[in-house]
Design a protein around this ligand. Structure first.
Ligand code: PMP
Length: 426
């Protein structure tokens, strides 16, 4: 029995499913989750002392690799002055100014403590601002676990086959409309059906919770147009894509301006942080200036702000995002060539520092339907073979992979070498 297996047995006694967030339990791939003891640079280390090249990166935030020395120092410096005040600090202003400078569609921003809080708050704000109840989301997109958003959701909800969670009153869920990602005709039809009733459209501009699916050409442009025509608020959930796909997020990469943007993970440099921001006119609808209530005791926490601010400063380095995309591309092309060599049907997607690979005969995966039709049994086998090789991929076929600046050519070559041996065994 490994130490991880032993720890998991113990955890099962005291923590539901042994984990504090479902996908971690390896439900999507089977077997025992690895218990991590430390992470440094490109590597994570498990309780049994094994080292892995990590492509999870704490599910996205570790764009600069784990435990970056400057972020660590910023945290240590901040800790000297106390852990939390529940009162305003200058660091919060610096953070807000930095976010505004990097994400031009954001004129005002409010900090929260998770991605779930960011999307939940943005939805409430959009409803309060428009005076409408219905929201529109896309099948397979995950926006955290707020009641309205856990309908036909991706990520763990999809991995575990419970797209609609019990505990959500049907009276809430009925206000959440869902259509297919990358299908503008369905969006148009639902806007015709629910004329003047849709408060907002929320979308992951690059879907990262049903594997990695970028928008097809014209899709985001079309959404922008439809939202403007119908006075609906367009919300980009950039919890995953923010500061990763490009410095200014997917909205910069695809050159589309949403009305509101949700941020998370990355903005805390690894600390529990989220944010939502956008047009002044909409943002001033929240308390204390506006009537829509939103609050948080630990929001803008000084340690989290110090870590996040340092991370954003480091991420602002010229050329960093081009370099990240080059790494995603090299990895995808390497996987593709290795799979082709042994006749394994595979296709890949990437955008900036996120990537995905699909075991399918399809030439390109652009829809939720296609993502769910991939060979999941093959993914499971591949995942475990890669783990044996010392490569830690997301433990689900419905999660994007992430590269960091620390993934050198050498690590990428090693990963592709491992994939080649794994494909041959499938
Ligand atoms: N939105 C997106 C796009 C996400 O990927 C996630 C988490 N993976 C969330 C929202 C929720 O964030 P959190 O887990 O921090 O609540």
């Amino acid at each position: 029995m490994t130490i991880s297996q032993d720890l998991f047995e113990r955890a099962l006694d005291s923590i539901p499913g042994g984990v504090n967030s479902p996908v971690r339990a390896f439900n999507g791939v089977g077997g025992t989750p690895l218990f991590i003891t430390k992470a440094q640079g490109v590597h994570t280390y498990d309780a049994d002392g094994k080292q892995y090249i990590d492509y999870v990166g704490s599910w996205g935030p570790m764009i600069l690799g784990h435990n970056h020395p400057e972020i660590k120092q910023a945290v240590l410096d901040a800790v000297e002055n106390g852990l939390s005040y529940g009162a305003p600090t200058e660091t919060e202003i610096l953070m807000a100014e930095k976010v505004k400078a990097l994400v031009p569609s954001i004129e005002k921003v409010r900090m929260v403590s998770s991605g779930t809080e960011a999307t939940m708050s943005a939805i409430r704000l959009a409803r309060g601002y428009t005076g409408r109840d219905k929201i529109l989301k896309f099948e397979g997109c995950y926006h955290g676990h707020a009641d309205s958003l856990l309908v036909k959701a991706g990520s763990g909800a999809l991995t575990m086959g419970v797209p609609n969670s019990p505990g959500i009153p049907a009276d809430f869920a009925k206000h959440t409309l869902t259509v297919s990602f990358n299908n503008l005709d369905e969006v148009k039809a639902i806007f015709d059906q629910y004329k003047d009733q849709i408060a907002c459209v929320i979308i992951e501009p690059v879907a990262g919770n049903m594997n990695c699916i970028p928008p097809v050409e014209g899709f985001l442009e079309g959404l922008r147009e439809i939202c403007t025509d119908n006075q609906s608020v367009l919300i980009f959930d950039e919890v995953m894509t923010g500061f990763r796909v490009a410095l200014g997020g997917a909205q910069q990469y695809y050159n589309i301006q949403p009305d509101l943007t949700c941020l998370g993970k990355v903005i805390g440099g690894g600390m529990p942080v989220g944010a939502f921001g956008g047009k002044k006119e909409i943002m001033d609808y929240i308390a204390p200036v506006g009537p829509v209530y939103q609050a948080g005791t630990l929001s803008g926490n000084p340690i989290a702000m110090a870590a996040g601010l340092k991370a954003l400063e480091l991420l602002s380095e010229q050329g960093l995002h081009e370099e990240l995309e080059a790494k995603s591309k090299a990895l995808c092309e390497g996987f593709q060539a290795a799979a082709d060599e042994v006749g394994i049907a595979l296709t890949t997607n990437y955008a900036g520092g996120m990537f995905g690979f699909f075991f399918t005969e399809a030439e390109k995966v652009t829809s939720y339907q296609q993502a769910t039709e991939c060979d999941l049994a093959r993914f499971k086998k591949f995942f475990h073979l890669m783990l044996d090789e010392g490569v830690y991929l997301a433990p689900s076929a419905f999660e994007a992979g992430f590269v960091s600046t620390m993934h050198s050519d050498e690590e990428i070559a090693k990963t592709i070498g491992a994939a080649k041996r794994a494909f041959a065994k499938l």
